[in-house]
Design a protein around this ligand. Structure first.
Ligand SMILES: [Zn+2]
Length: 311
């Protein structure tokens, strides 16, 4: 049988090799360009974020007021205690006149800024405020404020739709881990699990007035992770479901590690060792205040509709 392949033209194989080399070169070059462009993008995002942070700081200086120890000695003492316990580094506290119940922190350079919305001061007891302030100081101490800026820039890199969704979800996942860490800082600052839980419940259900209302709000929070839609929605949220945050703290207080940490931060303010804290819902609900006449209000499920589990 005659099977010669000598009809192949001279340059066919040479061109094949050159083509493959060219494809490889393009792959290497384009990934290098993407890599550099990503680097430039991250730097640009960081610069943009630094600029918006400055602008935010300046608007705060106009619209919020810095904590004045003479006018608010009690709050200043709470902040001082949290700061001594957690050692977050230089932090400036501002009180913003807003309607919502919120607190947050930001800043790339020192001092980091901690903002408390004014209703916090009415709704939270001073122990609960220590949890809130400690939580925010935890974000500062663990570097979340500036990491958020860098990682947020990275997650925002222009990418094909699927990859962009994946990057965004990964960034949110990290955000939620940061919340768990900062909750621990809040717990260490207030030193009491029940206080931490009542502060968290009040964040979503302010004005709980008695045990019955507290139990009702807690049951609604407890049901949040029962639905598939809530679990899916959580993937793209910065904060974990409240019941998960509460459960994480309940697990944490049972560990040796917590005892060690609590004893350590307490030493910073000359407090005795902590006693073992067991979650006790009955110890959380606020005392009924007899001096204020209770005005009739809607039932809890109508006052906090966002706590209702979604179908
Ligand atoms: Zn937080």
């Amino acid at each position: 049988m005659f099977r010669s392949r000598r009809y192949r033209v001279d340059n066919e194989q040479l061109v094949l090799v050159l083509t493959v080399l060219l494809v490889l070169a393009v792959i290497v070059l384009s990934s290098a360009v993407t890599f550099c462009a990503s680097g430039i993008f991250i730097i640009l995002m960081f610069a943009l974020s630094a600029w918006t942070t400055r602008a935010h700081h300046q608007s705060l200086l106009r619209n919020a007021h810095a904590l004045n120890p003479v006018q608010m000695p009690k709050l200043a003492a709470e902040v001082e205690e949290c700061s001594l316990k957690l050692q977050p580094g230089p932090v400036e506290l501002f009180i913003a006149r807003e309607k919502q119940l919120n607190a947050y922190t930001f800043g790339i350079s020192d001092p980091k800024v901690l903002v408390l919305y004014s209703p916090m001061l009415q709704v939270m007891t001073s122990d609960e405020l220590r949890f809130i302030i400690g939580h925010e100081m935890g974000h500062v101490a663990l570097g979340h404020t500036w990491l958020n800026t860098i990682l947020g820039g990275m997650a925002g890199i222009p990418a094909p739709f699927g990859a962009a969704v994946l990057l965004y979800a990964a960034f949110r996942w990290w955000n939620r881990m940061c919340e768990f860490s900062s909750d621990r800082a809040g717990l260490l600052a207030c030193g009491d699990l029940n206080t931490a839980i009542s502060a968290m419940v009040k964040l979503v259900a302010p004005e709980v007035r008695n045990q019955v209302e507290f139990d009702k709000a807690f049951a609604m929070i407890d049901a949040q992770d029962d639905t598939m839609s809530n679990r899916v929605a959580e993937i793209f949220q910065t904060h974990p479901m409240l019941i998960r945050r509460i459960n994480k703290l309940r697990e944490y207080v049972r560990t040796q590690e917590y005892q060690y940490m609590q004893a350590g931060v307490n030493r910073n303010v000359g407090q005795p060792k902590p006693v073992k804290v067991i979650h006790d819902p009955a110890a959380i609900a606020p005392e009924k205040q007899d001096d204020k006449p209770e005005k009739p209000q809607k039932p809890p499920e109508e006052r906090w509709p966002w706590l209702k589990p979604k179908e």
